[in-house]
Write a protein that binds this ligand. Structure first.
Ligand code: SAM
Ligand code: SF4
Length: 476
């Protein structure tokens, strides 16, 4: 993976490998700390990530930590001496995937590889993982990542069962080195864990209580990122807008958005995921005031029925949610709104599901992630009766997605002829075809005769629209 000194050949997580200076990924200060152990001396690691952007970013930090200890990253489990799975347990299917991956090593136990389970499944299943897959030697939940260096030291000393499962922590995961996958957009976690208690959700259990990073640390990292050439940062948190600055500055979330936008070199600031109950007017004002703060809010509603929302313990009613939408829609510049919906929550009646459909009609979301309710261990809704059959959940999901496709097709058609600034993030194998995102996070595939556009900002005119996305041409 590492070619000439200080250069990584990055292939993981990207559609196409590219050479990039290690310093650009890790930061100039951090790079000096990559030196103590010669390259690859401690062995090689393979890291596969499941789940959300927060998991992706945790993996970037774990990879940075391993690189700084002298491990070398490889592309396949076969080539690795250490195999790590950073796992997701938000829905049952995601959790099952990990066990099927682990099962592949049953036959190969004698090969002397270190196998580790990180993240939410590790937290949820704990030491039971050793029973189900005795060839695993590391089980570490995300709330214990700050202790990973000690855990790695114990593995290196030959320990065959190392765990980090404490969630009772006020620490956030700080690393000197982060091996970022994307050379233009940097993820940055500002708040870990979750203090909400949605009745269907494993996150408070698997990721522990809310812990915010100090605004000084966040801003220092953003300045480093800007110096390295990143122009877009995405602030992350399960409830990113519940951010509570632990420093004496006590910056509000909206102030932090503006301060990040103010860093020289930063052109776009994104944030996700916002919780409706903590979504306040000052966030809209920050978007209105500062064009660098992207005009996109991801505001998961989960259901359009107040009765179901109460059962989900979502802390807002349909009407209160719609008030937040009205507040966002009244902004001085248009703001794209996206959402998450769960269908088939225990006891959800046909009429309540219809309320979700009518909410979609009313809000006109720009896009939506939708899921069938999946009963999860340690969640209050696990014991709720009146479960909806898988078949019924599937039917409701299909109806919901059809409705959203209709909405998106009509919205996209209205954009024909409009021009948008796009950060170019992908190059197709087909000649002259590129991909990028608008500030409101619409993906657009476009043509351009330019030779190199990756990482640049260009104007793109929309020439075609489907329910899935937009196509366009480089407007010069
Ligand atoms: N913190 C975010 C919020 O409050 O909306 C959500 C984070 S969660 C990782 C992402 C999405 O997964 C949720 O918005 C929800 O729609 C979905 N989800 C969570 N638990 C689920 C479950 N048990 N079954 C189905 N979908 C679930
Ligand atoms: Fe889960 Fe609710 Fe917290 Fe989101 S706000 S992570 S859905 S408990």
């Amino acid at each position: 993976m590492r070619g000439k000194a200080g250069v990584l050949n990055c292939v993981l997580g990207m559609s196409k490998p590219f050479d990039i200076e290690l310093e650009r990924l890790t930061g100039p200060v951090a790079y000096s700390e990559v030196q103590p152990v010669p390259d690859g001396q401690r062995g090689t690691f393979f890291l596969e990530t499941f789940g959300c952007q927060m998991n992706d970013h945790d993996s970037e930090k774990v990879a940075g930590l391993l690189l700084s200890r002298g491990y070398q990253q490889v592309e396949t489990p076969e080539a690795a001496s250490m195999i790590l799975y950073n796992t997701c347990s938000i829905r049952e299917k995601a959790a099952q995937k990990v066990f099927s991956r682990l099962g592949e090593f049953r036959e190969k136990q004698g090969e002397g590889k270190v196998i580790g389970v990180l993240g939410c499944v590790a937290q949820q299943e704990g030491e039971d993982i050793f029973k189900r897959a005795p060839w695993v030697s590391l089980v570490c939940g995300s709330a214990s990542y700050s202790k990973l260096p000690e855990m790695l030291a114990r593995l290196e000393a030959g320990n065959s069962r190392v765990t980090g499962l404490d969630t009772d922590t006020d620490e956030t995961f700080e690393t000197e080195v982060t091996r970022r996958d994307n050379p233009w957009r940097a993820y940055l976690t500002i708040i870990e864990g979750c203090d909400k208690a949605c009745s269907y959700c494993v996150v408070p259990f698997t990721r522990g209580p809310e812990r915010s990073r100090g605004s000084d640390l966040v801003l220092r990292e953003v300045r480093q990122l800007a110096e390295l050439g990143y122009s877009e940062v995405q602030l992350l948190g399960q409830t990113v807008n519940s951010y509570a600055d632990p420093t004496a500055r006590k910056m509000r979330f909206s102030e932090l958005l503006l301060a990040v936008a103010d860093v020289v070199g930063i052109r776009r600031v994104r944030f996700t995921t916002s919780h409706p109950s903590d979504f306040t007017h000052d966030i809209v004002e920050a978007i209105e005031r500062e064009p660098k703060v992207c005009d996109h809010v991801h505001l998961p509603v989960q259901s359009g029925s107040t009765r179901v929302l109460r059962a989900m313990q979502r802390t807002y009613s349909r009407e209160e949610y719609l008030e937040k939408i009205a507040m966002i829609r009244a902004a001085k510049r248009p703001i794209g709104i996206t959402t998450d919906v769960i269908v088939g929550f225990p006891g959800e009646t046909e009429a309540e599901f219809e309320e979700t459909l009518s909410l979609l009609e009313e809000v006109q979301y720009d896009s939506m992630f939708s899921f069938k309710y999946s009963p999860r261990p340690n969640t209050p809704s696990l014991s709720m009766s009146d479960s909806i059959s898988e078949e019924e959940k599937g039917q409701r999901l299909a109806v919901l997605q059809d409705k959203q496709r209709e909405i998106q097709a009509a919205k996209h058609a209205r954009l024909l002829g409009d021009c948008f600034e796009v950060l170019v993030s992908g190059k197709s194998r087909r000649e002259n075809q590129w991909t990028g995102y608008t500030t409101s996070h619409r993906m657009i595939n476009f043509t351009s005769q330019a030779r190199e556009l990756l990482g640049t900002y260009v104007q793109v005119r929309v020439t075609g629209a489907t329910s899935n996305g937009l196509v366009g041409e480089h407007a010069v």
